[in-house]
Ligand binder design. Structure first.
Ligand code: MN
Length: 514
């Protein structure tokens, strides 16, 4: 999974024209190749850039855009205008482009060669005005795109391209994502629900109801030897009490059942080619565990959710399919980066003046990628849902540090992405509530951060990452064409309320224009 980017490409198309003669285009071509090679050799781009030549006419532009649409490896297009490329020739091609677009405003040479610059040089180096001509047609077409301005050899320029590459790849990943829902939404919950048809149209992923009885068919087929091997793996990976290893002990049996549930979920995800799933604690198989025909999980499969999240499988609790899909996207965008991500829930508040914070946890399902230390496998009673039972889980506290959490809510006429910068501070173990957790102060502080989140209608569930920067979410919202509001160090409530009001009008009008 970690090498998923290896099979992907972004295409580079250089805008030129034949006005300056064939020799000029040959020179432009050589410059472009050198720049693409330079980007690929920089070591800063996670996805290779493939040079697709110069586009010198409307037909050539259209051909390369159509080819990009039809090539599964291509996750996006970078355009750069080396010469003055008249932009009317981009209209038909750009109208057909279905992949993310990055317009790079750069120049082959860094500085002006004052002493030697002549008209030949000018004819070959017209990015300064060529990129404006191209920018105009993108604006005129109302085309979603990222504009990156900077010298191509600079790390800061390359890093901005790298972020967009990761987001474009995650976007491609979401376009054939299937989310399985074992059971429905938790009854009566509004914020995690929404329009699944609109989600597929707008965000790409497909959400399927999957009867728990179907999951149980997989559960029945799990082999005892496979379960024992997985339990053994748990014992090598996680801290635990030695007594737990005794086969026949009560704790061993609980861990055994948790492992069996994990193998059943893995099996059905594989069979259906799904990248994400949701669970519901009221729907775990046959209701009565004493029923002689009982087939069901004996506990909420939280350990499975924790471990699958760490491998990039999207997860949302209580039927929260939007969070399940978004978590998969967060993990996909940040794969290979060092600090980790997790599905989390606003658990309880900690009022402490300026240091007021929010404990982030869940009854079980927190991803071990954010753990500060080696997670500890524990078994405790969990008194919620249809199965009030001894339940296996990984317990840990999370790394201190800055991060960003995000959620998508359905506003009825649009999806709204809400992004909040947060500062994770030192958390403490909870001896009477042994769950994994993080503790954060939302920016700019608890009062304004939580207040703005609530005004925007944000969920109690969110997808958190230490590695993500706001630029990822800006790029994602741009590609998806959805609203984004960001709560950060500069947020004030009056300005934020005004932004929400303005967005309401924008999306009302935008809907009637499109
Ligand atoms: Mn929850």
């Amino acid at each position: 999974m970690t090498n998923a980017f290896d099979n992907l490409e972004v295409w580079w198309v250089t805008g030129a024209q034949l006005l300056y003669g064939g020799d000029a285009v040959v020179a432009v071509d050589a410059h472009s190749k050198e720049m693409v090679d330079g980007l690929n050799k920089s070591g800063r781009l996670p996805i290779k850039v493939v040079y697709k030549g110069t586009a010198n006419s409307s037909r050539e532009v259209e051909d390369v855009m159509k080819a990009a649409n039809n090539d599964a490896r291509c996750v996006g297009i970078i355009t750069w205008m080396h010469t003055f490329s008249p932009a009317k020739m981009w209209i038909h091609g750009l109208q057909q482009l279905r992949k993310p677009l990055l317009h790079l405003h750069t120049q082959y040479n860094a500085e002006i060669p004052w002493d030697t610059m002549d008209m030949d040089f000018m004819n070959l180096n017209q990015s300064a005005h060529g990129d404006r001509e191209f920018g105009h047609i993108c604006a005129r077409l109302r085309l979603p795109r990222k504009v990156v301005v900077g010298y191509w050899k600079e790390a800061s320029t390359q890093d901005r391209i790298a972020v967009w590459e990761r987001v474009a790849a995650a976007w491609a990943d979401a376009q054939d994502m299937v989310v399985l829902r074992f059971g429905d939404q938790m009854n009566n919950v509004a914020v995690t629900d929404g329009d699944k048809v609109e989600a597929e149209m707008r965000l790409g992923y497909h959400v399927d109801y999957t009867p728990v009885s179907e999951l149980m068919e997989h559960y029945k087929k799990v082999a005892d030897a496979d379960v024992k091997a997985l339990v053994k793996e748990y014992f090598t990976l996680y801290q635990h009490d030695a007594a737990m290893e005794v086969e026949g002990s009560a704790d061993y049996k609980v861990v055994y059942e948790a492992a069996k549930a994990e193998l059943a979920i893995r099996s059905i995800l594989k069979e259906k080619g799904a990248k994400a799933f949701t669970t519901n604690f009221d729907d775990l198989g046959t209701a009565d565990i004493n029923d002689p025909k009982f087939v069901g999980f004996d506990q909420i499969p939280g350990l499975a959710s924790q471990r699958l999240m760490a491998e990039g499988i999207g997860f949302g609790a209580e039927g929260d399919w939007k969070s399940a899909a978004l978590y998969r996207t967060v993990w996909y965008m940040t794969q290979g980066l060092p600090k980790g991500c997790s599905f989390l829930e606003d658990y309880t508040l900690n009022f402490q003046g300026e240091q007021s914070s929010i404990l982030q946890a869940h009854m079980l399902e927190v991803c071990p990628l954010i753990a500060e230390e080696r997670p500890r496998l524990e078994v405790h009673f969990l008194g919620i849902g249809i199965r009030k039972a001894q339940t296996a889980r990984l317990v840990f506290t999370s790394k201190p540090g800055d991060g960003i959490t995000a959620t998508v809510v359905d506003m009825g006429n649009r999806f709204r992405l809400i992004v909040n910068d947060v500062e994770c501070i030192k958390s403490k173990p909870l001896p009477k509530l042994p769950v994994a957790s993080a503790l954060w102060i939302p920016m700019p502080n608890f009062e304004v951060g939580a207040g703005a989140w609530i005004l925007a209608g944000g969920t109690h569930h969110s997808c958190f990452s230490y590695d993500i920067t706001p630029e990822y979410w800006e790029d994602y919202a741009e590609i998806a064409g959805i609203e984004m509001v960001r709560i950060d160090r500069t947020t004030t409530i009056p300005a934020f309320k005004k932004e929400l009001q303005m967005n309401e009008i924008y999306y009302m009008l935008n809907k009637s224009l499109s």
